[in-house]
Design a binder for this molecule. Structure first.
Ligand SMILES: [Zn+2]
Length: 251
């Protein structure tokens, strides 16, 4: 099994969206990523699909005219189009056999509509909560042509690929644990932890359930220590340097 990190643009967010108390009103660009995994049987898994490619040239596509239009602004170049990123890796969306969504926010499930050939793993609790909910723009993911497999709790969904519930950011949020042959354990927090400052400030008030969010973040940090894991946070700018992205391959 191997993994590469696909850069899917930046989201320019008010600091308060990421971690309250961290220059709340200043707009901060944070990376949005997808994680492309080649399984041992040659099948392909994509973990999170990023912001819709339709934001390119139209950053206000999702939130224009809403109260948060100035707090969450996609910043995407044509190169950040997931179709272009997959093409760089020699793939098309139809080559993706499986998708895992950590959750169904617009920056994690925004291109789900492209993956009509894939089985998409989401926690049932998250799927049911997001169904019809305006905070989870349904036009990108809640479509009859997509195939969801709803997961209840912790589970190895594919060989070497485990999902673990990390509620708090939203109900039914999940993180992903990969077991790579050379790199070892890789933990993808998703938005259970946005940025490293969340730990430093111990502030989880940007999540729907701050108490659950703190518990999930603590669990992930302990797991990362126990397994000597590479621990990749949802949107930490400094990790773009720490963890090189495509074309670097983690084996
Ligand atoms: Zn996010």
């Amino acid at each position: 099994m191997e993994m590469t990190i696909l850069p899917l643009g930046d989201c320019i967010c008010a600091g308060s969206v990421l971690t309250p108390g961290y220059h709340d009103t200043e707009m901060t660009p944070v990376p949005v990523s997808g994680y492309l995994v080649t399984l041992d049987d040659g099948k392909r898994l994509l973990i999170d699909t990023g912001m819709s490619r339709d934001h390119i040239g139209n950053p206000q596509l999702t939130y224009g005219g809403t109260p948060i239009q100035d707090a969450i602004v996609p910043d995407m170049d044509p190169a950040d189009d997931i179709v272009a990123r997959l093409a760089e890796a020699g793939l098309t969306p139809d080559d993706i056999d499986y998708v895992i969504n950590t959750h169904l926010h617009f920056d994690h499930a925004g291109n789900n509509f492209l993956f009509t050939k894939a089985t998409i793993f989401v926690q049932r609790e998250q799927h049911d909560f997001a169904d019809g909910h305006e905070s989870f723009p349904n036009q990108y993911w809640n479509l009859p042509e997509l195939t969801y497999e709803l997961v209840d709790g912790r589970r190895e969904v594919l060989p070497g690929v485990e999902v673990v519930p990390t509620p708090g950011h939203v109900p039914g949020h999940q993180s992903v644990i990969l077991q790579l042959p050379e790199t070892g354990t890789v933990i993808l927090s998703g938005d259970a932890v946005h940025i490293a400052k969340s730990y430093e400030l111990d502030n989880w008030d940007g999540h729907m359930d701050p108490v659950a969010a703190r518990a999930s973040a603590t669990m992930l940090e302990q797991l990362a220590q126990e397994r000597h894991a590479e621990y990749i946070l949802g949107h930490e700018p400094a990790q773009v340097q720490q963890y090189p992205r495509f074309p670097h391959v983690y084996r």
